[in-house]
Write a protein that binds this ligand. Structure first.
Ligand code: SRM
Ligand code: SF4
Length: 571
């Protein structure tokens, strides 16, 4: 007889939680601590929130025999990254009322508030709800914010793909009424939940939800601005004569790994076929259910779909999917990705409306001396009649600006010191760089990322300018640990925190997100990073071929070998 699997602790917590309730109601009102009960720290994630401490203060508070300064990070889902001006104003206000006066635009087109105290969490979530936003499934073992190219107005194709992303998001949202009971006194304003008197049930997820987080992104070639290959499920829109006909389906992407455990690795999704547009929501459901049934529930380090796939093999997975669908996937259709970044500055539509893509360093919306981005956007949100689009590269598009508002938008930004033409004011290296949150809020960070990258870039910018590369797009991504929240293994230059002030340097990813990088040097400090990169950038400036990207050049010159799959990432 087969051994009964030993389920991980989180599986037991989910099982006993009565559809994500646990003892959250009691945890929230316990006045003796700013923390939640331990089991509830797992469950709160499904409601969009993480318990954190201010790590800058941890040791001082310990010295004073105080408990850590507990607070909650809360993530608001924004499918496809599109928020109305009213929603922007609400998020801005909530950040001031209950958060740390900043908004974080994440690498998955969502908002995060940091520093919310336990006693304010309910009011914060109620504030989201009044603006028709929610945080359910922002985190946790469920499908997360569905990413999509952020500009539905670009063409009918873009609008159609955005609609699909919303349908997938709605279809895979948990059905439990726990979210409404806990935060909204049982009064949902939108999203479907069980009718009164009906039992909670999760038709797709079941009582224990998924073994691990699950991520879906859609992209419209030639732009891979949602980095679809880093997702458990990536959908590549295929068009015929400007109309959406369906999607190539890619499965098994994920960035996370653990240092010292080579059987953990980042992996890019494999394309397994094509599905017509009208069947794509069902196909997503079936892929999610295979992972629900086959994913590892014993060891969370190996629970993501990428490990399920490498365990059973792509052919077995594909056959199971065909069986659950009741038809075989068609062969994948041709497509081509050119880039994974954002295009900055103004773009004009034929009807006179315009979009302005702003560079947001580290995705952080804040005010500081001489640069009041947060205030500027609040002022714009007061008269803007279009919307705000969060990109997968932590940037922001003030979109669909009415012709009569163009000058006012420009004037407000200028008045508050915000660069309109990021293309002119910053090096291409800086404006394309991504950094995860890391310290002080992230409990898993070994090193700085968002707070430190601008400083490192001051030095790298000097090298870049000396080599005449100021306007050459080179993808740099930094994280404070190997979990990969800024998708560092897709950086032409990837810097991954090992210890305070020390980073591993990875090189050689593809500019369009289709190849991961490879470890080049370990445990570098700032001088080491600059010292290692300077000759490589000089070589690139002098010896590249026309149009050759930095990542491709690094491989051609033999600095690192090309990474062909997740399983060979560490070779
Ligand atoms: Fe992430 C965990 C922040 C995108 C892979 N991520 C975390 C936590 C919640 C830390 C924790 O578990 O205690 C971080 C909270 C920090 C803070 O203080 O805010 C965190 N992740 C972020 C964000 C905010 C980074 C950012 O600067 O934008 C991104 C929020 C996205 C969103 O809106 O949902 C974010 N995280 C990602 C991505 C990129 C993506 O999805 O395209 C990845 C890599 C793709 C993937 O999932 O494999 C990513 N985060 C992880 C992992 C590793 C997962 C794994 O399978 O190994 C963890 C750790 C974990 O789950 O155990 C993690
Ligand atoms: Fe935290 Fe690591 Fe993610 Fe950065 S990559 S936010 S340090 S978990």
């Amino acid at each position: 007889m087969a051994d009964t699997p030993k389920l991980s602790e989180v599986e037991h917590v989910k099982q006993a939680s009565n559809y994500l309730r646990g003892t959250l109601a009691e945890s929230l009102v316990n006045p003796l601590t700013g923390a939640l009960y331990p089991d509830d720290t797992h469950l709160i994630k499904f409601h969009g929130s993480y318990q954190q401490t201010d790590r800058d203060l941890d040791s001082e508070r310990k010295r004073q025999k105080l408990e850590p300064l507990y607070s909650l990070m809360i993530r608001v889902r924004v499918p496809g990254g599109i928020a109305s001006p009213a929603q922007w104003r609400r998020m801005d206000k909530l950040a001031d009322e209950y958060g740390n006066h900043t908004l974080k635009l994440t690498t998955r087109q969502a908002f995060q508030l940091h520093g919310v105290l336990k006693r304010d969490l309910k009011k914060t979530i109620q504030g989201f709800n009044e603006a028709l936003l929610d945080s359910i499934a922002g985190c946790g073992d469920v499908n997360r914010n569905v990413m999509c190219n952020p500009n539905p107005h670009e063409s009918p194709l873009h609008a159609a793909v955005y609609e699909v992303s919303k349908q997938i998001s709605a279809h895979l949202t948990p059905r439990t009424s726990a979210y409404w009971d806990l935060w909204l006194n049982g009064e949902p304003q939108f999203t479907s939940v069980p009718n009164e008197g009906e039992e909670d049930a999760e038709p797709i997820y079941g009582k224990t939800y998924l073994p691990r987080k699950f991520k879906i992104a859609l992209a419209i070639p030639p732009y891979n601005d949602t980095d679809i290959f880093a997702n458990d499920l990536g959908l590549i829109a295929i068009e015929e004569r400007g109309q959406l006909v369906g999607f190539n389906v890619a499965v098994g992407g994920g960035m996370g790994m653990t240092f010292g455990m080579p059987d953990t690795y980042p992996r890019l999704a494999d394309i397994i076929g094509f599905v017509p547009a009208e069947k794509v929501v069902d196909a997503c459901e079936k892929i999610v259910t295979i992972q629900r049934d086959w994913g590892n529930r014993e060891n969370r380090k190996f629970s993501r779909l990428k490990y399920t796939l490498d365990r059973v093999g792509l052919d077995v997975f594909r056959a199971e999917l065909d069986a659950r669908l009741g038809y075989p996937l068609e062969p994948a259709r041709p497509y081509q990705f050119r880039s994974s970044g954002d295009a900055y500055g103004w773009s004009l539509q034929s009807d006179g409306r315009a979009h302005l893509t702003l560079f947001v360093e580290g995705g952080r919306i804040l005010d500081r001396d001489g640069y009041a981005l947060k205030t500027a956007l609040r002022e714009i949100a007061a008269f803007h009649t279009g919307d705000f689009r969060l990109t997968g590269n932590q940037n922001l598009i003030v979109a669909n600006i009415a012709p009569e508002h163009r000058l006012s938008v420009q004037a407000v930004l200028q008045q508050h010191g915000v660069a309109i033409e990021a293309g002119k004011e910053y090096t291409a290296l800086r404006r394309g760089a991504l950094a995860c949150v890391a310290l002080p809020t992230c409990t898993l960070a070994f090193a700085e990322a968002e707070r430190y990258l601008p400083e490192l870039l001051d030095r790298l910018d000097r090298v870049i300018r000396q080599q005449g590369l100021a306007q050459d797009d080179i993808l740099l991504r930094m994280t404070g640990c190997p979990n990969g929240c800024a998708r560092p293994y897709l950086g032409e230059i990837g810097l991954v925190g090992r210890a305070v002030g020390r980073y591993n340097l990875y090189l050689g990813a593809a500019f369009n997100g289709e190849r991961m990088n490879k470890l080049y040097k370990e445990m570098l400090d700032e001088d080491g990073i600059v010292r290692e990169l300077t000759p490589l950038l000089a070589d690139y400036a002098q010896n590249r071929q026309p149009q050759e990207r930095f990542g491709d050049f690094i491989i051609r010159q033999g600095y690192v070998q090309s990474t062909e799959s997740g399983l060979t990432f560490h070779e």
